[in-house]
Design a binder for this molecule. Structure first.
Ligand SMILES: [Zn+2]
Length: 336
């Protein structure tokens, strides 16, 4: 009896011990299970995002490209994470709350797409160009003159005669009795550019600034006669002289610059350190090489390494960096 009673007690104790250890394991299991899930959840969402585009979407928010994309894809990680369970949702909500913080530095599109600048932003993006400068395309320095855009008998309001200012700088001038007239608004940057070139150690010769409608008409006739042509164009169909009303020289916002006087000019003939320096530095003064090589079909004019046109520093920098002619630059803003 005693023995069997003792056995029963031992058995009962064993059962009790088993029960309690089972219960302990149950409780411990219930407590410990969510823990590793909580820890791994953000890692899981990051890992899964790397493939289907969760984190890339958030990372895109850091770059200036496609702000709408990252915003649009934001609901996707939320849905994907919801399927993974509560702790995964935590990870997803962590991502979502971080999205607005990433998205705030993005430029808010407040520019009217129908304005010239709105058009320029859209067209530049379409062409893979950097953000264009916010300019007033109707401002004087952006006046387009070419074979298709005549200014008829336009006359500049006020001319500056550069020989007066340049007499002391040993910068040679020509045309109009060597007075070299230009629109007064470009006189200062043009003189500064000439002086910069001189200081770099090169001779500077300003040969042709403003030409009146009548001057250009006479010029056109002479060049046509000399070349046995009637339309001012070479065999390739590019202007070697512009008809009156179509020359930038009539606009007076340009100047032909070389190292010395030349009776006639070709890129080979006038090649010099002066031209090299000007090509490298003209944009700093707001000028561009107006008729570059390889763009003849766009400008309609043969390569003229010596012809520099004022467009302002901001536009000149953008045009030079992106190798755009004035025609291409203005077409971004809807000027055709
Ligand atoms: Zn010229």
């Amino acid at each position: 009896m005693r023995e069997s009673r003792g056995k029963r007690i031992v058995l009962a104790l064993l059962v009790l011990a088993l029960l309690s250890s089972y219960l302990y394991l149950e409780i411990a299991g219930a407590q410990s299970l969510p823990l590793p899930e909580k820890v791994t959840a953000p890692v899981q969402s990051e890992a899964s995002a790397a493939a289907p585009g969760q984190v890339p979407a958030a990372q895109e928010g850091l770059s200036p490209a496609a702000p709408e994309q990252s915003a649009a894809s934001a609901p996707q990680p939320e849905q994907g994470a919801a399927a993974e369970g509560q702790s995964a949702q935590e990870g997803a909500s962590g991502l979502i709350t971080s999205l607005p913080a990433l998205a705030t530095p993005e430029p808010v599109p407040t520019v009217d797409p129908n304005t010239p600048y709105g058009k320029a932003l859209a067209k530049a993006a379409e062409l893979g160009l950097p953000t264009p400068p916010e300019i007033d395309v109707s401002s004087w320095e952006f006046t387009l003159v070419n074979g298709d855009h005549s200014i008829d008998r336009y006359e500049p309001e006020q001319l500056a005669y550069l020989h007066q200012t340049l007499a002391e700088t040993d910068i040679q001038t020509a045309y109009n009795g060597n007075r070299c007239p230009v629109d007064i608004r470009i006189a200062e940057p043009l003189i500064a550019m000439g002086q910069g070139c001189k200081e770099a150690g090169y001779t500077v010769y300003l040969s042709s600034g403003y030409r009146s409608y009548n001057d250009q008409a006479a010029n056109f006739q002479r060049v046509c006669q000399n070349n046995g042509i009637s339309d001012g164009k070479d065999y390739a169909g590019h202007y070697i002289t512009m008809p009156p009303g179509c020359s930038e020289h009539q606009l007076a916002l340009c100047c032909d610059i070389t190292d010395r006087y030349y009776e006639t000019k070709t890129p080979e003939k006038v090649a010099s350190p002066t031209i090299d320096w000007l090509l490298e530095h003209c944009a700093e003064y707001g000028f561009v090489q107006r008729f570059p090589s390889g763009k003849e079909d766009i400008t309609g004019v043969m390569n003229e390494t010596w012809h520099f046109r004022y467009v302002g520093v901001e536009a000149a920098a953008y045009m030079t960096e992106n190798e755009l002619t004035l025609e291409e630059f203005l077409s971004l803003y809807g000027v055709e």
